[in-house]
Ligand binder design. Structure first.
Ligand code: PEP
Length: 255
């Protein structure tokens, strides 16, 4: 049985004070949750504040939105897995479509980062997803297979199991237009099938696959009711603690 995982991707938003207030409100809304894993992904500048505000809430983890693959050194402006671990970070989002399109990240770069994250015992959340043009051409499976095989190359069974995949169709991110539950399930089935080919059935069954792309309280439950949708990666709706709490609650009910 896969525990659902719901993550708040704040992107380049949230000052420290607002981050702390968000956590206080979220804790009031969801309490000490154990049936769903909740992850908050603040900008680097608010990670320490969020960790402090969370205190001992055991099932809410903190993640980062990106990192560099090198361990340390002359990489001005970058941040390593070890530096994130030093801030008690558990998860790191890698290969988000904004990084792929705006910052030129290729599957090879994502793969280097994924390997570096595992080496430092950080759990990567690896994003994959097609553009609308690719979907219209009937290339969804082809694109997902290329991204998965490229981004996860060389991982062993344990590392794959400790990786979360986020299926995020690019056309659904920040557009208000989510994939239908059927479209999400279809893509997640294909992702699991590809993982089975890359590793084996046991590993593929254990990997959690989140859906991301305009998830909000109104559509969260239906999306997460699909058998292979193991949670959500939430952007815009995660900036409001009440909306995010409602999405967590939907995961609980569908868990
Ligand atoms: C995201 O950026 O990961 C995302 C899913 O954003 P939104 O929920 O705003 O579509």
């Amino acid at each position: 049985m896969r525990k659902k995982i719901v993550a708040a991707n704040w992107k380049m938003n949230m000052m420290q004070a607002r981050s702390a207030r968000f956590v206080e409100s979220l804790l009031l809304e969801i309490g000490d949750i154990s049936d769903v894993e909740v992850v908050i992904l603040p900008p680097f500048t608010a990670i320490a504040k969020v960790t402090e505000a969370l205190g001992t809430a055991p099932n809410i983890k903190v993640g980062a939105q990106n990192m560099h693959w090198e361990r340390s050194g002359a990489f001005t402006g970058e941040i390593s897995a070890a530096l994130l671990r030093d801030l008690f970070v558990h998860y790191v989002v890698l290969g988000h479509s904004e990084r792929r399109t705006l910052f030129g990240e290729t599957d090879e770069i994502v793969n280097r980062k994924v390997c570096a994250a595992h080496e430092a015992a950080l759990h990567p959340i690896v994003c994959v997803g097609e553009t609308l043009a690719q979907r219209d051409k009937g290339n969804v499976d082809k694109i997902l297979a290329i991204q998965l095989r490229g981004s996860l190359a060389g991982l062993g069974a344990k590392e794959l199991q400790d990786t979360v995949i986020a299926y995020e169709p690019v056309w659904a991110i920040g557009t208000g237009r989510n994939a239908t539950p059927e479209q999400a399930q279809e893509a997640h089935t294909f992702i699991r099938h590809t993982l089975r080919e890359m590793a084996d059935g046991t590993v593929a069954e254990r990997v959690r696959i989140q859906y991301g792309g305009s998830v909000k309280p109104e559509n969260a439950r239906e999306l997460m009711s699909q058998p292979d949708v193991d949670g959500a990666l939430v952007g815009s709706a995660s900036l409001d603690p009440r909306s995010f709490a409602q999405i967590v609650q939907a995961a609980r009910e569908e868990g």
